[in-house]
Design a protein around this ligand. Structure first.
Ligand SMILES: *Cc1c(COP(=O)(O)O)cnc(C)c1O
Length: 236
């Protein structure tokens, strides 16, 4: 179809651009290019875009709303396309059962109560659910994320659950913070977590506007929406 061909070409060009940015950031940081995984954040975009991205070699996708993600993951799976689905949005405990059906990773665990709910929901999974603890870099819990003082409590709750595997941390640079300062701070907290839980090596940080700074400070995963798929209509 001509329309899809146009969209495919657009996504392919954006992907070359984003992969180039990641490669240059890795080179500048003296890191191997394959040390950073690209997660395409496909929220608000259709399942057809996810299928096109998979065809272009994208392996990981991110979504931030359960209802949208569940439907999209089902549609993509019906096309026979297998991807790693990351849930990156704020998650209510009553959605835990739904999310664990399609998600491979939940990046936004920000409370003990959510960790417990996910652990219960994930008990019957064949493989444990990978979990990242969302960190509040500026220490303001109102904006989501775990503050430093609560990090051990939440991480120990995750590791005590058979259904969950603590994979690392995720963060968004706080508004008004310089990205380098934010991700430097994240790297310190990530290092402390890894010292206590050696398997928790994932650092998910960096979006379209600040992926270079995130790679500079050790991000293993960057979450890219706008630069890959285009501007979203709504602010989310
Ligand atoms: C939307 C979103 C992204 C992607 O942001 P862009 O600026 O569009 O690249 C990354 N992480 C989270 C948690 C998001 O909600």
């Amino acid at each position: 179809m001509e329309h899809d061909g146009g969209r495919r070409a657009e996504l392919a060009a954006n992907l070359v651009e984003v992969r180039g940015r990641i490669a240059r950031a890795c080179e500048a940081a003296g890191r191997p290019v394959d040390s950073v995984t690209l997660t395409a954040v496909t929220k608000t975009y259709p399942a057809s875009d996810v299928v096109l991205l998979a065809g272009l070699g994208v392996t990981d996708v991110g979504e931030n709303k359960d209802q949208e993600a569940a439907a999209k993951a089902a549609a993509v799976s019906a096309e026979g396309v297998r991807l790693r689905w990351h849930f990156v949005g704020q998650l209510q405990r009553n959605k835990a059962k739904s999310v664990i059906r399609y998600a491979d990773v939940v990046e936004s665990v920000d409370s003990e109560r959510l960790a417990v709910a996910l652990g219960r929901a994930a008990e019957d999974r064949e493989t444990p659910l990978d979990v990242l603890i969302q960190i509040s870099i500026d220490g303001d819990p109102a904006r989501g994320g775990v503050v430093e003082d609560d990090l051990w409590r939440v991480s120990d709750t995750v590791t005590s659950s058979d259904g969950l595997r603590l994979a690392g941390v995720m963060a968004v640079a706080p508004l008004g913070w310089e990205a380098d300062r934010a991700f430097e701070r994240l790297a310190v907290l990530a290092g402390r977590l890894t010292a206590r839980h050696p398997g928790a090596t994932t650092v998910s940080a960096g979006m379209s506007g600040d992926l270079e700074a995130a790679v500079r400070h050790g991000a293993t995963h960057v979450r890219i929406g706008t630069s890959l798929l285009g501007m979203r209509n709504s602010l989310r």
